[in-house]
Design a protein around this ligand. Structure first.
Ligand code: ADP
Ligand code: MG
Ligand code: MG
Length: 878
């Protein structure tokens, strides 16, 4: 017989798979003696069984739940449904990975007409009893019976108006009784049944609902976004209630053991007096900062501070803790590893090493490389005058500019159109998640630092401002006002999530700098990693950035980008249009000193670190104007008849464009094929490199140039090109009278090259896997067409697990990489190997490269810090 239910005192934190994160931690806290209300957890296996049985619960399962309920009743001395001493419970979902706000919790279960009377008598607080009952009806109806909260709120609002009340606390016990009668009417009207009075029915209906909520829309979206597998299922926690809404000696709150935005080691949280459960996170009232609790309830505060310290020490990580105070007594309702910004993650990891809580390797593993992007983003230029419009809570750092939208659907539509938008809402709910994804940033006028918007934005690394109360949203007129200023839908604003400031219009931004803690963590990472990290840099500016971010060299310098410059393009076009070898040579002579200058700049920037330079790769038509545009121009010129010379020139250009036109340029005349058809182009580039080496070494700098031949598929291609480059070297060495070293290698980006890598290695000093082209040629996809036309659908329909251009396809493309490495090393055991292309900056691909035995990865300069960290993590993990 399978066991489906565990009391809190029967589990521990290592049972997350089975008990879910929340359940496992509730059990752990119980076992170390913290004040956790009694309860039990229904396992994720029960949820999976429920789905396997076609969404029904078995008799056996039911028995187990009832048996545990009995034990809970013994522990608490109360009984579910007993009017003289009723047990009330919460039903809380809890998946293996925390999914904040994704699943619905029901509080006060066990309330019915009789137990409400009982609670009223027992507590001598009828007002509290009926308030709790009506909350239960509302939550239960929403989550289980599918009756929208809106109807209840509408009724309550009308009731308040009829009585002339401003807020809920003004309602008396009798008032709540009246409201409850109304609520029951709503339930009857919408479900054609009475509100269920039998607590056991309430319990099982709720459990079913939690199971069902595993597959509600927002849970599915959240899982897809965070790559959480669908088959895990959720656990359900049944826990006896404690009440934060019993008066001014009660309250509820949430706290982080350190600041989740900056990482500073101070208790950081919020609470509300006389409130229950979700009131804090829902953002309905803006809560008080935690430190003011010290004055209000000094003993409780001290006990809470001690508990936080203890939990942090116990879990050796920053914790996110929910608590409730019932008539002066503290209860802990949840603890979990706190979500944090990248900045906070780094600071906390480094400081915890300094405090002796964790070791350096743990610290390295604590920071998610993907999160680092946030830190490498631009921020507002401080030298610029800020005209602050309003200020809210700085809930998630970073700056953003965009047009104001008030609706999540619209944010999504505009965002998908490539527009930059800032989502402005009174508060956000889990249903807004798609809008937050698409927006640059989020602003809310209500809610605190732990509100839904703040938690979600921090998780995604989006700037966010919460609780900006001066901001009055007027949805009807699609605008918001701050004092006398009106900001319309579509207006541009800039926000700074690090300070909470909102400003009108666009404000200039500047490049980021790495903090001291970040530098330190990266130094630790460098000593832990074996995999080299290089950068892709096509010009001296990028090369400098690469050096600054700690790259071990340049893994890919694409020389064609040097040709695109407006001053050079005409010469390049002259070269392409040349009718004779001499004419072409002439144009190339003009280009040579320009290329040489670029290379000198790059070598200087790298200060002796290696630089891989790839000879010309793209098809020549990329340097010529677009055919359609040319046609229009030629036609226009033909009509005017005035400018014969210009017409002739354009016609010549058009003819050449037509000549060069290919059915499939990606598979056409490009890469080393160009070098073979027009050797003078590669010769010029090789000479420019060698002149640059000769010149740079004169200044005493060391230069390690690695010349790379692209798109080789057959060893003979490489053999010929290698000879050409070597001849050029001899010529320049003779001409300048200087000796210098260099190496010649190739890109492996055609499956045939990977499969014949043993032959190719005969002619190559190094391999660089061009995983972008290799992915195109392995899948037979042209990237632009695939990403534009079908890849998104493939991923959504789970035909492919990921976009193979972003995450290396280890089974296919990866196999070619491994084959290439091992065949190459059969010929040359010391063969240097690396990858270039976007995959070099993606953490799972980096780990794969480490396992495949590559020497380095190469990625864009801004991703170098990320890659250094990911490379270290790969070493530590393996
Ligand atoms: P979420 O996963 O959305 O945070 P929770 O299950 O943690 O949902 O519960 C929502 C709110 O209800 C939290 O504020 C929590 O502290 C409160 N809550 C849950 N169970 C109880 C309980 N037994 N007594 C009092 N408050 C509770
Ligand atoms: Mg919670
Ligand atoms: Mg390529």
């Amino acid at each position: 017989m399978k066991r489906f239910v565990y009391l809190f005192n029967e589990g521990n934190s290592s049972m997350k798979e089975l008990l879910g994160g929340k359940g496992a931690n509730l059990a752990e806290m119980t076992s170390i003696g913290l004040p956790v209300p009694y309860g039990f957890t229904i396992s994720t296996e029960a949820c999976n069984d429920y789905y396997e049985a076609g969404k029904t619960i078995s008799a056996e399962f039911q028995e187990q739940v009832l048996a545990s309920l009995k034990k809970l009743e013994e522990q608490t001395g109360k009984r579910l449904g007993d009017p003289s001493n009723p047990l009330l419970v919460s039903v809380r979902s809890g998946a293996v990975f925390s999914m904040p706000g994704m699943m619905d919790t029901i509080l006060n279960l066990g309330m019915n007409d009789e137990t409400a009377e009982g609670v009223a008598k027992l507590t001598e607080n009828p007002r509290f009893a009926y308030d709790s009952y009506r909350r239960f009806i509302q939550m239960f109806s929403d989550v289980v019976l599918d009756v929208d909260t809106f109807f209840f709120e509408q009724l309550l609002e009308e009731f308040r108006e009829s009585k002339g009340y401003q807020s809920d606390p003004e309602l008396t016990a009798e008032d709540w009784k009246e409201v409850i009668a109304g609520y029951k009417g709503i339930v009857r009207k919408h479900t054609k049944k009475d509100f269920p009075q039998e607590p056991k029915d309430q319990l099982f209906l709720s459990i079913n609902s939690v199971f069902d909520s595993w597959n509600n829309q927002r849970a599915i979206v959240y899982r897809r976004l965070n790559k959480i597998p669908d088959h895990l299922g959720t656990a359900v926690n049944i826990q006896s209630m404690v009440f934060g809404n019993m008066g001014n000696d009660s309250g509820t709150g949430v706290a982080f053991t350190r600041n989740p935005s900056t990482g500073e080691n101070i208790l950081y949280g919020e609470y509300l007096i006389n409130a229950q459960g979700e009131d804090v996170v829902a953002g309905i009232r803006t809560p008080q900062p935690i430190h003011t609790l010290q004055a209000e309830m000094p003993e409780v505060y001290q006990q809470f501070v001690d508990t936080c310290e203890r939990l942090e020490q116990h879990y050796q990580d920053m914790q996110d803790i929910e608590f409730t105070v019932e008539r002066g007594k503290l209860f802990i309702l949840q603890t979990r590893t706190g979500k944090r910004t990248a900045q906070a993650a780094i600071r906390i990891a480094v400081e915890m090493v300094e405090e002796g809580i964790i070791d350096k390797n743990t610290a390295i593993l604590r920071v998610d490389p993907d999160q680092l992007n946030q830190l490498l983003h631009r921020r507002i230029d401080d030298s610029h005058q800020r005209n602050q419009l309003a200020k809210g809570l700085p809930a998630s750092p970073g700056a953003a500019t965009g047009q104001v939208v008030f609706d999540a659907d619209e944010a999504e539509a505009l965002g998908n159109d490539g527009k930059k938008v800032i989502l402005v809402r009174a508060e956000t709910t889990p249903d807004d998640i798609h809008g937050i994804v698409a927006a640059q940033a989020v602003v809310t006028s209500r809610g605190g630092m732990t509100s839904h918007a703040a938690v979600v934005a921090r998780g995604m690394g989006k700037p966010c401002i919460c609780g900006c109360e001066p901001l009055k949203i007027d949805l009807k007129n699609k605008q918001f006002t701050v004092g006398g200023t009106v900001v319309h839908h579509g207006d541009i604003i800039t926000i700074d999530g690090g300070t909470g400031e909102i400003m009108l219009g666009e404000i200039p931004m500047i490049d980021p700098q790495l903090s001291d803690e970040f530098q330190l963590l990266l130094e630790w990472a460098d000593s832990a990693r074996k995999l080299g990290v290089r950068a892709n840099a096509d010009n001296p500016v990028d090369a400098k950035k690469a050096f600054e971010f700690g790259a071990d060299g340049i893994g890919l310098c694409r020389t064609e980008h040097m040709f695109m410059d407006t001053s050079r393009l005409p010469i390049v076009q002259k070269m392409i249009l040349a009718e004779s070898y001499e004419e072409r040579k002439e144009a190339l002579e003009e280009l040579l000193p320009m290329q040489q200058g670029d290379f000198e700049g790059i070598f200087e920037a790298m200060q002796g670190l290696p630089a891989t330079i790839r000879l010309l790769d793209p098809p020549l038509h990329e340097f010529l104007p677009d055919k359609e545009e040319l046609l229009v121009e030629v036609t226009k010129l033909q009509l005017t008849e005035s400018n014969a010379a210009e017409l002739m020139e354009k016609e010549k250009l058009l003819k050449k464009v037509r000549q060069l036109e290919e059915f499939n340029p990606m598979l056409g005349l490009r890469g080393c094929r160009l070098g073979l058809m027009f050797p003078e182009i590669y010769e010029m580039q090789a000479k420019a490199i060698f002149y640059a080496i000769a010149k740079t070494t004169e200044t005493g700098l060391d230069v390690k140039a690695e010349i790379m031949i692209p798109l080789v598929g057959h060893v003979n291609e490489l053999k010929k090109m290698r000879q050409l480059v070597m001849d050029a070297a001899v010529q320049i060495q003779e001409e300048t009278g200087k000796e210098f070293d260099y190496t010649i290698g190739t890109m492996i980006e055609i499956p045939r090259a990977a499969l014949t890598a043993d032959q190719i290695a005969e002619e190559a000093d190094f391999f660089s896997f061009g995983t972008n082209d290799l992915t195109q040629t392995t899948f037979g996809y042209s990237r632009d067409d695939a990403e534009g036309k079908f890849l998104q659908a493939y991923i959504e329909n789970k035909v492919l697990p990921d976009n193979p251009f972003a995450v290396l396809d280890q089974d296919g493309v990866g196999k070619l990489v491994s084959t290439g490495v091992s065949l190459g090393r059969k010929t040359k055991p010391q063969l240097k190997t690396g990858i270039c292309g976007e995959h070099g900056g993606e953490k799972s691909s980096i780990e794969f490269c480490y396992q495949a035995g590559l020497d380095y990865v190469s990625c864009s300069p801004y991703r170098v810090p990320l890659a250094r960290l990911a490379a270290a993590q790969a070493s530590i993990r393996n």
